[in-house]
Design a protein around this ligand. Structure first.
Ligand code: FAD
Length: 481
């Protein structure tokens, strides 16, 4: 009887434990992907993720067909769809790699129990993490809430297996089950087609993920520890969407980084490699938080923040989303996000801080917008990132430390390269004014061809006023707490 391999956030053939297990059995393999928009509720994939998913599935489909067994696409509630595929194909086994979103864990646990009760062999594997959250605990048996000891515990004993090779042949079932046409799922935007910038910036799929890792290790990795904080240069790997969709596994990234940078006799590489692997560690830590605190995407981890006096204001939210706050580094980030589906990590922190502090808008609003617009939108990383920046998460930046967007811009984008790229209307300003155009004289603005307030907005809130208001709001918690 054939084996069903249920693909989810593991859209690759290499280092795919469920697929390799099925291939090794020598039995026919039916690879399937189910578009389930019901079970995740509000956390079904957003617009940019759907664009990515379309192309990633197209790529996975080509690879599986070349290996011998075409991908079957079905839509609907996954438990129902998998049940009917088992009946159609006569398969007695279904294999998958684990996901850690609360809704997925609940569904998968239930499915495993139901399938086993019905006599179906249902087994799952770890394909997405170096170490799964259930295997990492403090000496006292508690989940980690602080990153550094968490990462020390995980990275000091790298006991995960070496990445698996992609199976070279998959035996197809005698009759191929019917499959939806990918185009019929409508994952791509039609009118307006907002995906032009995404197409230019990205190539989804396993081969492209591997190539991107290679290019990073041959290039920016050698300066990562310093380059990673400069949004104007390509100093990071940009692997996040590939990792989110599982087009590459963290074990593959780990092994390739070790082989390229840690095993040779290039001691100067060590600091950069460790800094990069530490970011993979943050991904692990975020998954660890989501697993142990499943309300992470909805509720502040620190309960003192439950009653934070946010000031909902749709006009302010709109100016933030559109990149029209009047603060160039904030606006550059929001426009990079809208255009390419990605934003540099340093700038994610700056725009996040601006939203929750200067604008006093709830972090959940920022998380929502990121969810819809990021190609790497990831429940664990996004929720943990927002709670961190809002000061209400585990091991978070303290709320009272309010980023000054002008100083942040000057420090991390000193030559204004990032702002000039994404806010071209300011391009002609000299470097020392690029992060604070409102301080330029009328003559300088005229020479740079800028009508402030018309071509580019004045700051929507004065920094000092925003900061004071945020601190006053925070102080009400202290009194209460
Ligand atoms: P690199 O610097 O090359 O890092 C390598 C990999 O490590 C990344 O691909 C990513 O998988 C992981 N990583 C790096 N930084 C972090 C981090 N701070 N937290 C968790 N994992 C990290 N990342 C997402 O993947 N999805 C999200 O939805 C997301 N939302 C965020 C929201 C906010 C408010 C903040 C502050 C950060 C968020 N991040 C998110 C984390 C981080 O910004 C991105 O992972 C990173 O910018 C991706 O770029 P890169 O692949 O070039 O990273």
């Amino acid at each position: 009887a054939p084996i069903l391999v249920w693909f989810r956030q593991d859209l690759r053939l290499g280092d795919n434990p469920a697929l390799s297990d099925a291939a090794r059995s020598g039995r026919p393999v039916v690879p399937v992907f189910v578009l389930d928009d019901d079970t995740p509720g509000d956390w079904r994939p957003g617009g940019a993720s759907r664009w990515w998913l379309h192309h990633s599935l197209a790529s996975l489909g080509r690879s599986l067909a070349a290996a011998g067994s075409p991908l079957v696409l079905r839509r609907g509630r996954a438990d129902i769809v998998i049940g009917s595929l088992l009946r159609e194909t006569g398969a007695g086994t279904v294999l998958w790699n684990r996901c850690y979103e609360p809704w997925a864990m609940e569904r998968d646990g239930q499915m495993k129990a139901d399938l086993r009760a019905a006599g179906v062999e249902a087994r799952s594997f770890n394909g997405s993490l170096l170490r799964e959250p259930m295997t990492v605990r403090t000496a006292a048996g508690e989940p980690y809430r602080v990153f550094t000891p968490f990462w020390r515990a995980v990275s000091s004993s790298p006991d995960w297996p070496e990445p698996l090779a992609a199976p070279d042949r998959l035996m197809p079932p005698e009759t191929a089950p019917a499959s939806d046409a990918l185009e019929s799922w409508g994952l791509l935007p039609t009118t307006p087609d907002w995906a032009g910038g995404l197409r230019q910036a990205w190539q989804p799929g396993e081969a492209a993920a591997t190539a991107r890792l290679r290019a990073f290790l041959d290039g920016a990795a050698a300066d990562y520890a310093d380059g990673r904080d400069r949004p104007g240069s390509d100093g990071t790997s940009r692997l996040s969407p590939h990792l989110h969709f599982g087009e590459i596994s963290p074990r593959q990234v780990w092994a390739a980084t070790r082989d390229a940078m840690l095993s040779g006799n290039r001691p100067e590489h060590r600091r950069h490699a460790e800094s990069f692997l530490r970011e993979l560690g943050w991904r692990e830590f975020c998954y660890n938080l989501l697993y142990h605190f499943p309300k992470l995407p909805e509720r502040p981890l620190n309960p003192r923040f439950e009653d934070f006096p946010w000031q909902p204001d749709s006009a302010a939210l709109d100016s933030w989303r559109r990149g029209r706050t009047g603060y160039p580094i904030v606006d550059a980030g929001m426009r990079q996000l809208w255009t390419t589906g990605w934003m540099h990590n340093r700038v994610r922190m700056i725009v996040g801080s601006f939203l929750v502090k200067h604008l006093l808008l709830p972090w959940q609003e920022g998380q929502r917008w990121f969810w819809d617009t990021l190609v790497d939108a990831d429940l664990a990383n996004n929720a943990a990132g927002w709670q961190w920046i809002a000061g209400c998460g585990a091991d978070a930046a303290p709320y009272f430390r309010v980023f000054n967007p002008v100083l942040q811009g000057g420090k991390f984008d000193p030559d204004g390269r990032y702002v000039r790229r994404w806010v071209p209307e300011l391009a002609a300003l000299p470097d020392r004014l690029i992060h604070q155009p409102w301080t330029a004289t009328a003559e300088t603005l005229r020479r740079a061809g800028i009508r402030l307030g018309t071509d580019y907005p004045l700051p929507c809130i004065d920094h000092k006023r925003g900061r004071d208001r945020a601190l006053a709001a925070f102080a009400t918690l202290r009194q209460a707490g």
